[in-house]
Structure formats: structure tokens, C-alpha cells
Design a protein around this ligand. Sequence first.
Ligand code: 1GP
Length: 230
Amino acid sequence: MDYLKWRHVFKLDPAKEISDENLRKVCQSGTDAIIVGGTDGVTLELVLDLLMRVRHYKLPVVLEISNVESISPGFDYYFIPTVLNSSNTKWVKELHLDAIKAYGDFMDWDELIPEGYCILNKDCKAAIVTDANTELSQEDVIAHARLAENFFKLPLFYIEYSGIYGDPQMVAAAKDVLNQTRLFYGGGITTIEQAKEMATYADTIVIGNHLYDNLDEALLTVDAVKSEAF
Ligand code: 1GP
């Protein structure tokens, strides 16, 4: 399971445009993998288009599933979010049950990696769409991390601040109680310093928006994280 070794990942949104040249830079940056995922406007056509373009390069590609309609074969892994701090069971397990009912007989369970999401930016799309309870204390985040690891036995716990740089203490607190479950952090990383800071606590950092805002700066986060022993 090579995703257990990833330190740095770029997340590409199928609904956002990226030129071939910029995609080349992203895929040849030395990052460990590409996650294809987004919240809005993700269609099968856009997912397939991005998959085919990323497949020109030799690095793992993951589809982070946003809706059942846009699932396509051909990815190395499928990350399946379950939003642990959602107040609506639809985002915790209902959509999952629908998909399992429809496709359970054909699913390759080894490719499907459940991610326990804990969304902490109340203004991000994902928080709004999933009715996430983002007003969590450090103790709450610790409880969610423990729920992910010890109760649900999830391989990944994902602290999501999408769009803003999060509180490193929250990430550190979660890391402290995780032993088996891998800790992903994503949200608002724009600088080398931020990448290093979050990578001190998180096993894997995820960078999305900044690729589209300032590609050259975003690319610098790869070496910042991968060249250091933490
Ligand atoms: C989004 O966690 C990722 O799902 C990355 O966040 O887009 O803010 O970098 P940013």
C-alpha cells in the first residue's frame, strides 16, 4: 500500500482548468501522488479527461470520490470520504450504502480506501455541503481521530481546512493519538514554511488551490517536505 508512505500530494480539481505545461510541472515535481477530487461540477467526462492526461506520467493517481456518477476505472486507488463530523448520515454512510447496493458485487475492495474526514473550515464548500460541525475543540478533534483509528479502523484520517491554513495544534493533537491510521492534512498551504510546519505533524500534506493560484510557489513545497527528515 504505497499511499502509506506518501509525504506530499497534489490535489487536482477536475472542474478547474490546467494547461498541459502546468500539468507536466505538477506531475514531474517529485510529489508522491496526484489526487483527483473536487466538490462542485465534477463529471465523468472531466474526471476521465484529467485521468488520461495525468497517466502520461509515472506517478500514482487516486480518485477521491465526490459522486457516484463520476467514478471511472483506471485509477490506482479510490479514496472514499466518510465525513466523521457531519451531522447528516448521508455523508457518513448513506451514499456509501447506495453505491455498495448498486456495485457491491463488482467492487475491488483492495482499491477502495476509506478516509475519515474531519472538516474544520466552516466556510469551505465541503463543510457546507456535508453539514459538518466545524466548531470542534482540540478534545473533539482528538476524539474524532480516536474514532477513526480505534472504532472504525480507518486507514486514513484527513483534517480538512480546504481554503484556509489550519491550526497546527489541532493537527499535532490528532497525530499524538494516532498509531496505525495515517494522518492527512489539507488546507491553505501556500508557502514552504507552512508545508514544513504541517508536515511536522501530518504524515501526508495535500496541496490543492495554490496550484491554480501560484504554481511555482506551490511546486516549492515538494522539496521542502521531501528533502527533510522530520
Ligand atoms: C482540499 O485539502 C485539500 O481538499 C487541499 O486544500 O485546496 O486549500 O490546498 P487547499
